[in-house]
Design a protein around this ligand. Structure first.
Ligand code: PMP
Length: 361
């Protein structure tokens, strides 16, 4: 090779879950909400003047930033909004993790973390979860690092870390930024927002994609000290001033006006999840105690890849990563009760042909 190809920034990209064009499938593979956005969101979009699209949107997305700030009892200068939490996390990596020391994150976690670190040339170290896939807070204390990020609850394990442990990690690392990715916190985790007033090195990132039925909207946000948010804005305004488009800002504000509706959706998803745990256990699956809108499950007899393929043939999509430590696990998003019943029926059929423990002597 001698042409421009030698100068390309080479990366191995993150692979998102499949978005099939066939809408006639049961889609339990990307942790979307099975429930639609609040009716107020469609109303807000219908009332829109398309003529306004000729004008750039507010580069600060102030209306949306203020609505989010109000919800969490923060001043607006402590909130940063972006195009999904992927955008917010990516900007935060670029902002906070300079220098030769490694960024620390768990070995089993959101696989985008290592991709951003690679793109931005941030050295990193994966810290192994314990045997039960739990984060050990002591592993993040007293170690040279440029920063720390973990998801709480973690993904794809679904396991929540107690708030006291999040605080221990944050308190022991005052000289660096600790990011808590709370994409799934509304389904049963304890949010670290309550720690923000005491720790100016803490950044909490959340999203509209899961508990607020808005994956297609692409809105995520970070909450931290005003100084941290200023640093993130300096980076953002050095890349793209207008990340939030007008329809997204409008729809996002309508989402924030309908918190009661979304709390109802979350309640239903949590109820379905708890029922799914019983059904999956009865079918011979084992799994960590999920506090998320998904369950990471392994069958005691049938390989995960085979179950994944057989479900796919039946037009039921779940996520199979095949990555280290979770080769034998499937990540199953919690759908509606009807979707989950279809999943259990399909699994019953698939597993009835399973080899009866022949490999286990
Ligand atoms: N963090 C975690 C842990 C996730 O699982 C996801 C969803 N893939 C995200 C962040 C990003 O979600 P979004 O960009 O839709 O907000």
């Amino acid at each position: 090779m001698s042409g421009w190809q030698t100068r390309v920034r080479k990366v191995t990209p993150y692979v998102p879950g499949e978005q099939p064009s066939d809408t006639n499938v049961i889609k339990l593979n990307t942790n979307e909400s099975p429930y639609p956005p609040a009716p107020g969101v469609a109303e807000a979009l219908q009332g829109q003047d398309a003529g306004l699209l000729r004008l750039y949107p507010d580069p600060e997305a102030s209306q949306l930033t203020c609505a989010i700030a109000k919800r969490y009892g923060l001043s607006p200068d402590r909130v940063f909004v972006g195009v999904g939490s992927d955008d917010v996390l990516s900007i935060s990596f670029l902002t906070f993790f300079e220098g030769p020391e490694p960024l620390l994150f768990p070995d089993v976690t959101y696989s985008f973390y290592s991709v951003w670190a690679d793109v931005y040339r941030i050295p990193y170290e994966k810290v192994p979860l314990d045997e039960d896939f739990r984060i050990r807070p002591e592993d993040y204390i007293g170690r040279p690092a440029s920063g720390i990020i973990f998801a709480n609850p973690n993904a794809p394990t679904g396991i929540a870390l107690a708030l006291a442990d999040v605080e221990r990690i944050t308190a022991a690392n005052r000289d660096k930024v600790v990011i808590v990715d709370e994409a799934y916190v509304d389904f049963g985790g304890e949010s670290a927002v309550s720690l923000l007033d005491r720790y100016d090195n803490l950044l909490v990132v959340q999203t509209f994609s899961k508990s607020r039925s808005g994956a297609g909207l692409r809105i995520g946000y970070a909450m931290g000290s005003a100084e941290m948010i200023r640093c993130m804005n300096d980076i953002k305004f050095s890349i793209n001033s207008y990340t939030m488009n007008r329809p997204a800002i409008l729809a996002g504000c309508a989402v924030m006006d309908n918190e009661t509706y979304y709390a109802g959706c979350v309640r239903r998803i949590v109820e379905t999840r708890e029922r799914a745990k019983k059904e999956l256990a009865a079918l011979g699956f084992v799994f960590p105690d999920a506090k998320t809108n998904f369950i990471l499950a392994r069958h005691e007899k049938m390989p995960a890849k085979e179950i994944f393929t057989r479900l796919r043939e039946k037009k039921i999509f779940v996520r199979y990563f095949g990555s280290k430590r979770i080769e034998e696990y499937l990540r199953i998003t919690i759908g509606t009760d009807a979707e989950m019943d279809a999943l259990f029926a399909a699994l019953r059929e698939i597993l009835s042909g399973a080899p009866d423990g022949e490999k286990h002597d």
